[in-house]
Design a protein around this ligand. Sequence first.
Ligand code: GLA
Length: 377
Amino acid sequence: MKSIKFMLAASAVATLTVACNTGAESKNAPSIKAGVTKANWGTVDGKTVYLYTLVNDKGDTVTITNYGGTVTSFITPDKSGKYSSVIIGFDSLAPYLQHPPYFGALIGRYGNRIGDAKFTLDGTVYQLAANDGKNTLHGGIKGFDKVVWDASVANDTIPSLTLKYLSKDGEEGYPGNLNVTVQYTLTNDGELKIEYDAETDKPTPVNLTNHSYFNLSGDVSNSILDETLMINADSYTPVDNTLIPTGEIKAVKGTPFDFTSPKKIGKDFAEVKGGYDHNFVLNRKDNSLEKVASLSDSISGRTMDVYTTQPGLQFYSGNFLDGRFANHGNQPITLHSALALETQHFPDSPNKPDFPSTILKPGEKYHEVTIYQVSVR
Ligand code: GLA
């Protein structure tokens, strides 16, 4: 019980207390009140920051702040009915302002890296901030993860939160005013659904994603190298030593990158220099919403299925996590204690004409959907 109380808005705590005492009670607990509550979390850039708590009719809970559109927790039961968060994060705003490596945040305008921090579009060279060696990473110095989004709660039976942000023409060096809407929904089937929409008034690269880090056991003292992963990808994009794709699309067969059948992440780990931090080229015919990956953990019995409309998935095995930050419950977040499965377009696409295009033009509608569905098997 104590493990979830500290991270919820006051009203939701009362609601969930009964639901979490035992697994049996949580099934049809009459006291679960699905919905969204809001608590004041502080101020950034003169704007009020809130923490929103989304509860579904099973008692699953997602907390999201409009600072960076960040998912701060996703609380679900394990096989014994004990609730804990499968997403790492903090219980207050202050540590988020110390720039953790994108924990739970919305990433834009361009998720992942752009080589040499520049690209050419319609004959113009656009110079971006080099915030990752000579490259740009995750939108630049003040990306979408570090801004305060306008939030509204839909008056609906399924809890959801809509976030909006206008990224101005020239912001972080990108052309065009980009109007972005992200909707988070927590369904009664344990799905955290993220819908991304955007429109621009000048051609611009757009690659939006969410950078949640998962540890399905709910306890970061367990290594994610013991979790089992399937990625429906027959190929991946190899990278240079600054993590920029070489341009090659390489078959995973016979390499440590083969996750086409469920495999323990630690199995071939020693063969991957620096750990996994690669974009997988998802097997798909079109951009319909499809299951592309599945993660499972034997300690908790939890499985997470990932669905997306996107062509790529960055699997990052938490290679730069160094214990500087502590998770809910004050556990240090150390090397490989959590992983990210970032649905996206391929890194450095603006400089790789053979990769699927990331250029959004005026009059076009950017629309992508990703679902993280957690269940117990
Ligand atoms: C992404 C990148 C990683 C790393 C993390 C943040 O997942 O691919 O290389 O930069 O973000 O630390």
